[in-house]
Write a protein that binds this ligand. Structure first.
Ligand SMILES: CC(C)(COP(=O)(O)OP(=O)(O)OC[C@H]1O[C@@H](n2cnc3c(N)ncnc32)[C@H](O)[C@@H]1OP(=O)(O)O)[C@@H](O)C(=O)NCCC(=O)NCCS
Length: 169
């Protein structure tokens, strides 16, 4: 039985930003500010999984995707009007998912994905991940996410991404 908590308190956000840095090898301290900023967005939902020692070992979060948001606009550019209507008009953006390397392949990623979208009221959910991120892609595919576009280069990134989506209603 794993312990799942909402991504809410300042202390949990602090632990999540440390986990984020470990997972992505990322030394940018702005991650905490970014999570705090995103937590004020409409429809924000976030979860963490705790180890037996009450350390954060995984997290997921997202929010309602709305016009004017940086990422919504990047995604909107990739879609024609029908695709926009189908996928982005009433959409929950699945922003982050990570599990500490020592705790992978135990089903925690699946719990974090399912928990995040299970009570979302939007018609669709959408995410992007690196094209070669096979562990994430196969996990999403096993949970019936579909590939919508690839390659996608967000904001002139040199790294190609894939846009994936899932219908929730
Ligand atoms: C992607 C990520 C979140 C997956 O987390 P995870 O906890 O390993 O995910 P799960 O355990 O639910 O599933 C992973 C695989 O383990 C398998 N698995 C689950 N429980 C298992 C168990 N008890 N024994 C063996 N395998 C198991 C799943 O079937 C799945 O197989 P697949 O690779 O064929 O899909 C993790 O690899 C990670 O944090 N990666 C870096 C960050 C990242 O890429 N995030 C996503 C960006 S959008």
């Amino acid at each position: 039985m794993v312990k799942v908590l909402e991504l809410a308190s300042n202390e949990v956000v602090q632990q999540v930003s440390e986990l984020y840095k470990d997972v992505w090898n990322y030394e940018d301290n702005s991650i905490k500010e970014r999570i705090l900023k995103h937590s004020s967005y409409k429809g924000f939902r976030g979860f963490v999984i705790l180890s037996k020692e009450d350390k954060v070992i995984g997290f997921s979060y997202g929010y309602t995707s709305l016009p004017g948001q940086f990422y919504h606009e990047l995604l909107a550019k990739e879609f024609n009007s029908e695709e926009y209507h189908n996928w982005l008009q009433d959409c929950f953006e699945f922003v982050e998912l990570a599990v500490h390397p020592s705790y992978r392949k135990q089903g925690l990623g699946k719990i974090l994905i399912s928990k995040l979208v299970e009570e979302v009221d939007n018609k669709t959910t959408i995410l992007t991940t690196q094209i070669d991120n096979n562990s994430a892609r196969s996990l999403y595919e096993s949970l019936h996410w579909k590939v919508l576009k690839e390659p996608f280069y967000p904001s002139n990134s040199i790294q190609p991404y894939v846009i994936m989506g899932k219908e929730l209603k």
